[in-house]
Design a protein around this ligand. Structure first.
Ligand code: DUC
Ligand code: ZN
Length: 468
């Protein structure tokens, strides 16, 4: 085939299902040929490099309102950072105001996203189960959002048990998927009040205010409800061994009740911070522990080990970042005298792929194919974007990452492109880093330089969600 626009030649193609020396041919922004000795009008030499599908981050919060402030990356800066890290699709959230028509909130969010450099999709947040809200769900699905975010905690967001059942039934009837933030609100409220009563107001108190059992209890409830309703369910940011065990148990249950075959998807994600950092960070001197305040909090080395196991065995199928950056100076320090006022969230949109390579693949906790599955293919499958995204197949969008597996990089705030004044991964020494990112056949990042204008990113319609 000689009429290709671009050939990526001499690299090792790596997807979730195969690896091998093959050239990749691109025409009109999609993958048009895979094989040896391809010819095209332009050639990129990928000798010595891995050629990966563009990574899909299923969980980011760009320009997210948080009380009186907003997460510090807007859609332009956040997606620039994503592209530098090899992520070509992000999935963010629509968070309607109380009483707001869901599609009005969607339209506003799309305006905010106008500067996106990578492609994006959206999850819809549901914070009530009123008839007039649930009646809008089919319109939301028709507009391309098939996943619905729910919360078991946070005033103004959390649903009670009856509301969860109603939401789950309505989402199921629209062939959608329920995502759940799982932390039992009563336990969090009780633990937080007791710490405050003891005068423990520094960041060191944060992990005790949201104990692991709060997560596990909430996950068990949500999975039981989902099993009762028979709706696909995806648990976000799983942080504990107990939580992942609850998911494994529900997966076995689902197989038993469906005659040995899982028919309703049950699973979820963890995040780089839970795989590479632990709660000891909260004990850093002074107020520095605030840099690590997120919900759920960082956990123990044992939890970390069990999360790696859950990824390797398939209990958890994705790694999303929950990227939600707040500057240490001017934002995190809103809680200098009271950890409850520290805006919760960590940056991470840029380093996910490389962190998972060094701490996962090179430490032999996951295989190369699992790495691609966790960061690229499985998020695309869960949220109805596969095979357009997450793989390198004929007809897939030509979202491609050239990854140098032996490049040595030390992470630092200065070298990352995220718009935030610190990184929780400062000084982390990585082996392997993206050197080029293409979106729909167009180079957007080369050697750490973004060479694309804001606005290149397209809004993506999600198809029927769920991964068995
Ligand atoms: N937790 C965080 O730490 N940040 C964003 C949202 C969330 O649930
Ligand atoms: Zn989140």
């Amino acid at each position: 085939m000689t009429n290709l626009d671009l050939v990526i030649r001499g690299g090792t193609l790596a997807t979730a299902t195969r690896t091998g020396r093959e050239d990749l041919g691109i025409k009109d922004g999609v993958i048009a040929a895979i094989g040896p000795s391809l010819e095209g009008r332009k050639v990129i030499d990928a000798t010595g490099l891995l050629v990966l599908p563009g990574a899909v981050d299923p969980h980011v919060h760009l320009d997210m309102p948080a009380g009186a402030t907003r997460s510090s990356d807007d859609w332009c800066s956040g997606t620039r950072a994503a592209a530098c890290g090899g992520t070509t699709t992000v999935i963010d959230f629509v968070e309607p105001e109380p009483g707001e028509i869901l599609l009005d909130a969607f339209r506003k969010r799309r305006q905010e996203a106008a500067g996106a450099i990578v492609d994006y999709a959206l999850h819809m947040t549901l914070t009530n189960a009123r008839d007039e809200t649930l009646a809008q769900i089919p319109d939301v699905v028709a507009a391309g959002m098939t996943s619905f975010k729910t919360y078991t905690t946070y005033e103004g967001f959390r649903l009670d048990d009856a509301a969860f059942l109603r939401v789950m039934r309505a989402v199921r009837d629209a062939s959608g998927l329920v995502m759940a933030h799982c932390e039992n609100d009563a336990i969090v409220t009780d633990a937080t009040a007791r710490l405050a009563a003891l005068g423990r107001m520094g960041p060191g108190a944060h992990p005790y205010s949201r104990p692991g059992i709060a997560e596990a209890t909430a996950i068990r409830k949500i999975l039981s409800f989902a099993q009762f309703i028979q709706v696909p369910v995806y648990i976000v940011h799983v942080s504990t061994a107990l939580g992942s065990q609850a998911i494994a148990w529900a997966q076995v249950q689902e197989e038993h009740t469906s005659g040995g075959r899982r028919t309703v998807p049950v699973g979820g994600e963890t995040c780089p911070q839970y795989l590479t950092l632990t709660a000891s960070e909260y004990d850093q001197p002074g107020f520095a522990g605030a840099k690590y305040v997120c919900a759920p909090p960082l956990r123990t080395p044992h939890d970390q080990q069990m999360l790696w196991n859950a990824l390797a065995t398939g209990t958890l199928q994705t790694v999303g970042t929950d990227h939600c950056p707040f500057n240490f100076s001017g934002q995190k320090d809103l809680g200098r005298d009271d950890f409850r006022k520290i805006p919760g969230g960590l940056p991470g949109i840029e380093a996910r792929l490389a962190l998972l390579h060094t701490f996962g693949v090179l430490r032999q906790r996951i295989t190369l194919k699992q790495w691609v599955a966790l960061c690229c293919e499985n998020p695309a499958r869960w949220f109805g974007l596969y095979p357009r995204k997450g793989t390198l197949e004929i007809g897939s969008d030509a979202d491609v990452v050239l990854f140098d597996p032996s490049r040595q990089v030390t992470l630092s705030t200065e070298s990352l492109h995220e718009s935030v004044d610190y990184t929780p991964y400062e000084g982390f020494a990585l082996t392997g880093y993206p050197v080029m990112t293409l979106i729909r056949g167009k180079i957007v990042m080369q050697e750490g330089n973004v060479v694309s204008d804001p606005g290149l990113g397209h809004y993506l319609f999600c198809d029927t969600p769920g991964l068995i």
